[in-house]
Design a protein around this ligand. Sequence first.
Ligand code: SF4
Length: 460
Amino acid sequence: MRTYDPEYENKVREFNAGAGRKAYIRTYGCQQNVSDSEKIAALAENMGYELCDSPESASLVVFNTCAVRHSAEQKILGNVGQLHALKEKNPSMITVLCGCMTQQEHVVEDIKKRYSFIDIVIGTSAVHELPRLIFSRLTGGRKIRTLYDESGEIVEGIGNVRNEAFRAFVPIMYGCNNFCTYCIVPYVRGRERSRRSGDVLAEVKSLVASGCREVTLLGQNVNSYREPEKGTGFPQLLRDVAALEGDFKIRFMTSHPKDASDELIDVIASCDKLAKHIHLPVQSGSDRILKAMNRKYTRGDYLSLVKRARERIDGLCITSDMIVGFPGETEADFEDTLSLVDEIGYDSLFTFLYSIREGTPAAKMPDQVPRDVKQKRFDALLELQTRKGFERNAAMKGLEFTVLVDEVKGDAEGGVKLLSSRTDGNKIVEFAGPAELYGNYARVRITEPMSWLLKGELVD
Ligand code: SF4
């Protein structure tokens, strides 16, 4: 663990290499990437760049990539290809690829061969090196084709340029040790490393002081957070964050069910600042498939965890992820998935078709499920969840909730706006109200529950 060297930072400012130039950063994938891009934006601004919304007007273009799905990778490579024409028009433009895709050797080889105009390719934990590399390139240095920080050391103090002032992602750890057989993350993000609780608390404190209403603590599996000096776990970190002064809510993701403890449930139940929502990715309802996925819990373990959580936390909303068509998944396995979803009644479910990821054990497993079978199962699951989601939401009709308004969607009748917001349980509520509510709490009554969102009215 080290702190981003302030002297180095000053030197970067002195270079002022980006002065009078614009930087464009495109982010693909998950919240972790969004958070990394916020750091890249801070580094670019420190160099004097002005952030902009299109690569056409930029002198620095950064693609922060995602490797979770093969289809996403192909789309990103297509977008990278489109940069070629821009680079030809403006040869001094610096192009950078970073993120999970660039941690894979075969992808980097492909980039070298097919996209030789790319100036800098760096790994996920070498982002803090960007100013040095950009400066070097601007002053005639060679192209950097692959730079990784093998140590994976956490570098504190880089800063963040966030798009929203009222809510923020705060990473608490990086990497993953779980090696689920379908997942590329441990190979591209490395082993688990946790931030010092003091650094996390200082960041949240400063966010709250500047008006932030909601922080989401981020990690691939927040339940394995270990304070590097004290050895304390995630529930203690939650208590410490909740003890900070201010009117704000705490969310977290993602929570591996095998590590979700009763202590965690108790903290959510007892701290008002903790949102009453837990995202517990189950991935399958079949014990056979869970074993093949290396998830390290059974269907029974999961059901018991959900039961304990619901018993202790009033109004808890539970959401999950499900993979359909994992190699070897039979109709009987899929029926187990359907029956689990039926039994639990998730508030929301994110369903994915299994996608082969080169380099993972599941990619080499026999009995890959044909695409049309996967799609049929996906449709059946979606239909079930649409019904279950509606049942959960219907029970909210007439009830009042405090929501955080996070989007102004357009005009509504009566000269006000259509606003979108989130409940404590992370459900979307749309209602008509003044645009000034954006970024603030409001009190709403649910008037029309639907499957995927709720319609409501402003109470005061
Ligand atoms: S817990 Fe499993 S699915 Fe989640 S990031 Fe780690 S390996 Fe991937």
